[in-house]
Design a protein around this ligand. Structure first.
Ligand SMILES: Cc1cc2nc3c(=O)[nH]c(=O)nc-3n(C[C@H](O)[C@H](O)[C@H](O)COP(=O)(O)OP(=O)(O)OC[C@H]3O[C@@H](n4cnc5c(N)ncnc54)[C@H](O)[C@@H]3O)c2cc1C
Length: 410
C-alpha cells in the first residue's frame, strides 16, 4: 500500500478519499465494525464542514441561527439571528457518506480491524511501516505494509503514542444526553465552575422536538468519567442530569425525556509537530481541535487537505513529508494556538470575572461586534475588536501572555 490510515473517523476517511482520488493505493483500518458508531459528538458544524469535505447535506437533522450564552450568575447574552446558519448533523450518517465516497474512489476500508502494533522496514527514505491489526470479525491477526502511515485514530491515538515523543496532552471529559422535549430553538451555552468546571454545558436543538444536552469538563487529573469530580461528590452524568432537572428555563427546554447517552473526550493542546519520519497525524490525533468550543471537524478537514498535498509530494519524490507541518501550521496553527490560550485564560477565570465579561459583552456596541464578526471556526478574530472596546479585558492580558508563553515553550 502507498498509505495506511489508522482510524475510520471523518478525518481519516476524508484524507483517504483525497489520496485515492489522486491515484494512490490507500487502506483505512477502523476498529469498530461500522463507521460513525458509537457516536461521540454533539454534531454542531458550520457550512465549512460540507464545503471542505464535499459531502451532501443529507446528514443534517436541524438548522439553528440563534444562540444564548448564560454566565454563572445568570447574566445572559443573545446572539443572532444570523444569516450564517449552524447545522446539526447525525454523525453516523455524516461518517457513513464519507466512507461511501472513500470506497467509491477506490480506497480499501477494513472495518472491525484494530491496529495493535507497528514495525519499521528498510532504511529512509524508502523505508515502510508494517502494521499489525486484529480482526474483530475473524479473530485473526493481519498485516499491512505502507510507505506512509497516518494516525487518524482520535484522541487516544496509538500512532501518536508509538511514534511521537511529546504525546502527553490535556484531555477534557464530555458527556451528553439526547432526548425528546419542547425547546426554544436556540443553542444555549451555560458557563460556571459548578456546572462544567474548565469548559461549558450546551443545549443543541437536534430536531423540532429533540435536543442534545451535554457538558465537557476539565478533570483535575486523568481518570475515568465516573469519578466524582463535581461538587457534592457527583459524577459528570449526575451533574448533567441534575442541571437538566433544575435548569430547564435556563436551557430553554421543557418536558425532557432522555433517549440516548454518549460520552467522549476532547483533546486540548497547543499546535505541536505532527510528522515523524514517514508517519503523520491528522484530526483529533494531531490535536486539530478548537480549544474554545471543542469542535474538531472543520479544523481536522483543513488539516487533512494539507496532509493529502504533503503525502502526494512525498510519494512522488517532490519533497519531505515534514512539509505537512509547515502547511497546516501556516493555515490553522495561529487559530489553534490562540484558541488554546483563550481556553486557558477564559475557562480558568473566576465565576465573578465571567459574570463581569458577560455584562460587558451584553452592551449594544459589543453585541453588534459579536454578531458582525463572530465566526465559530475563527473565534480569534474577535479578540482585537473586543479589546479595543473593553479596556477592562486588558486585566486578563498578563494571564493571556503567560499562557501564550507556556504554550509556545511546549
Ligand atoms: C461529546 C463531544 C461532542 C463534540 N461535539 C462536536 C461538535 O459539535 N462539532 C465538532 O466539530 N466537533 C465536535 N466534537 C469533536 C469531534 O467529534 C472530533 O473532533 C472528530 O470526531 C474528530 O475526527 P477524527 O476522525 O480525527 O477522530 P474520531 O472521530 O475520533 O475517529 C477516530 C477513529 O479511529 C478509530 N480507532 C482508534 N484507535 C484505533 C486503532 N488502534 N485501530 C483502528 N481504529 C482505531 C476509532 O474507532 C474512531 O472511529 C465533539 C467531541 C465530543 C467528545
Amino acid at each position: 500500500m502507498d498509505v495506511a490510515i489508522v482510524g475510520g473517523g471523518p478525518i481519516g476517511l476524508a484524507l483517504g478519499r483525497s489520496l485515492a482520488d489522486r491515484g494512490f493505493s490507500v487502506v483505512v483500518l477502523e476498529e469498530h465494525v461500522a463507521v460513525g458508531k458509537p457516536v461521540q459528538c454533539a454534531g454542531l458544524v458550520s457550512e465549512r464542514a460540507f464545503s471542505l469535505s464535499g459531502l451532501s447535506t443529507g446528514s443534517v437533522v436541524h438548522e439553528v441561527s440563534e444562540a444564548r450564552v448564560v454566565s454563572p450568575g445568570g447574566v445572559e447574552i443573545r446572539l443572532g439571528p444570523s444569516k450564517k446558519k449552524m447545522y446539526v448533523i447525525d454523525r453516523h450518517l455524516f461518517d457513513r457518506e464519507m466512507a461511501e465516497n472513500f470506497v467509491r474512489s477506490g480506497g480499501v476500508l477494513g472495518v472491525g480491524s484494530r491496529v495493535v502494533g507497528f514495525s519499521s522496514r528498510g532504511a529512509a527514505p524508502s523505508h515502510s511501516v508494517e502494521m499489525e491489526h486484529l480482526s474483530a470479525i475473524s479473530g485473526r491477526m493481519g498485516r499491512y505494509s505502507a510507505r506512509v502511515v497516518v494516525g487518524a485514530d482520535g484522541v487516544f491515538s496509538v500512532v501518536r503514542k508509538r511514534f511521537f515523543r511529546n504525546s502527553r496532552r490535556h484531555i477534557l471529559g464530555a458527556v451528553e444526553v439526547e432526548g425528546f422535549c419542547e425547546h426554544d430553538d436556540t443553542v444555549a451555552i451555560v458557563l460556571g465552575r459548578g456546572v462544567a468546571p474548565g469548559f461549558f454545558l450546551w443545549k443543541i436543538p437536534s430536531g423540532e422536538r429533540r435536543a442534545r444536552i451535554g457538558l465537557a469538563f476539565s478533570p483535575p487529573r486523568p481518570g475515568p468519567l465516573d469519578r466524582p469530580y463535581f461538587s457534592y461528590g457527583r459524577t459528570a452524568f449526575e451533574n448533567l442530569v441534575e442541571f437538566i432537572r433544575k435548569g430547564s428555563e435556563t436551557l430553554g427546554i421543557w418536558g425532557f425525556q432522555p433517549a440516548q447517552l454518549i460520552s467522549g473526550a476532547i483533546p486540548v493542546t497547543p499546535p505541536l509537530p505532527s510528522t515523524a519520519g514517514n508517519v503523520l497525524l491528522v484530526g483529533d490525533a494531531a490535536g486539530h481541535v478548537k480549544a474554545t468550543s471543542g469542535g474538531g471537524i472543520v479544523m481536522g478537514l483543513r488539516g487533512a487537505i494539507h496532509a493529502a498535498r504533503a503525502i502526494e509530494d512525498f510519494l512522488d519524490g517532490r519533497g519531505p513529508l515534514e512539509k505537512y507541518d509547515d502547511l497546516w501550521m501556516g493555515d490553522i496553527g495561529r487559530e489553534l494556538l490562540v484558541d488554546y490560550v483563550l481556553h486557558r485564560t477564559f475557562f480558568c477565570a473566576s465565576d465573578a470575572e465571567v459574570d463581569h465579561m458577560m455584562e460587558l459583552f451584553g452592551s449594544e456596541n459589543n453585541l453588534s461586534v459579536l454578531n458582525r464578526l463572530g465566526d465559530v471556526d475563527y473565534p480569534s478574530r474577535l479578540i482585537v475588536p473586543l479589546l479595543v472596546r473593553n479596556p477592562w479585558l486588558l486585566r486578563l492580558l498578563p494571564r493571556f501572555m503567560k499562557n501564550l508563553f507556556e504554550a509556545k515553550r511546549r
